[in-house]
Design a protein around this ligand. Structure first.
Ligand code: KIV
Length: 280
């Protein structure tokens, strides 16, 4: 009898232990089909609230609901078995109080099967991170450019170039790490700031527009595949231009349908024993 041993998923503890070690490879994923393809290539998949823009066509992450995050999170968990899955808590589901955050996080963990949640914010969210961490909810922090605060920040510009802003983001990252987050996303900051923050916090930092010195990197999958082309932030590297491939595939299909070349005989169901011209 052969016993099949299923590979185990990476755990929060294993990710946490990668501080200063092998770089953590992270991507966002929103759908079962894509998550299944990339699961084995990465350490962590984030079901990011960036799906508001990439999947739903909103112009910010603010309209995403907890229900949307749960539906996508569950699909990604079901179709993967290697990467640690983290799901974003959406805007408005956690900022009011630690208790509100706990209820949202508990739903996400229970209804998706994911291992961790991510939330945005610095010093002002530290008590919430501690509240969750002490109650069994692994939390990934997110500081620097925090897209859920786009209205307060006045846009998506990179952060931490002025001395006051630099010091504030340093305090934010340190507060979230010390509150018990298992990792920390640093988005859209001065490179030197991300480097400095990585050096002082005890948990792995994950850069996106951060620094090569971060303990890991994350990109939005639609950006790196060339599927989302409305705008391209400086920190995006495009590894493929799948948008062009998809457009061309649709053109080829349209051409074949219009000229009667699709479907061909191999794409239709012939009744057995009934040759095409039998009745003639
Ligand atoms: O929502 C998202 O995709 C994110 C990444 C940019 C880190 O938060």
């Amino acid at each position: 009898m052969s016993v099949q041993v299923r590979p185990k998923r990476l755990s929060v503890t294993q990710i946490r232990q990668r501080k200063g070690g092998d770089k953590l490879v992270c991507l966002t994923a929103y759908t079962a089909s894509v998550a299944r393809l990339i699961d084995r290539e990465v350490d962590l998949l984030l079901v990011g609230d960036s799906l508001a823009m990439t999947v739903y066509g909103f112009d910010s992450t603010l309209p995403v609901t907890l229900g949307m995050m749960i539906a996508h999170g569950a699909g990604v968990v079901r179709s993967t078995e290697h990467a640690l899955i983290t799901v974003d808590l959406p805007f408005g589901s956690y900022q009011a109080s630690p208790e509100q955050a706990f209820h949202a996080a508990a739903r996400v963990l229970a209804e998706t099967g994911c291992a961790a949640v991510k939330l945005e914010g610095g010093e002002e969210m530290a008590a919430t991170v501690a509240f969750l961490a002490q109650r069994g909810v692994p939390v990934m922090g997110h500081v620097g450019l925090t897209p859920q605060s786009v209205n307060a920040l006045g846009g998506y510009r990179s952060r931490g170039h002025a001395p006051g802003e630099h010091d504030k983001i340093m305090r934010d990252g340190i507060a979230i790490a010390e509150a018990g987050a298992f990792s920390l996303v640093i988005e859209g900051t001065a490179e030197s700031l991300a480097r400095e923050l990585t050096a002082v916090v005890a948990v792995p930092t994950i850069g996106i527009g951060g620094s090569p010195a971060c303990d890991g990197q994350i990109l939005v999958i639609d950006d790196m595949l060339g599927l989302f082309t409305e705008f391209t932030p400086r920190f995006v590297k495009r590894y493929r231009n799948l948008g062009d491939d998809i457009r061309q595939a649709a053109r080829d299909y349209a051409e074949e349908v219009r000229h009667g070349r699709f479907p061909a005989p191999e794409h239709t169901y012939e009744t057995p024993g009934r040759a095409k011209n039998a009745a003639e």
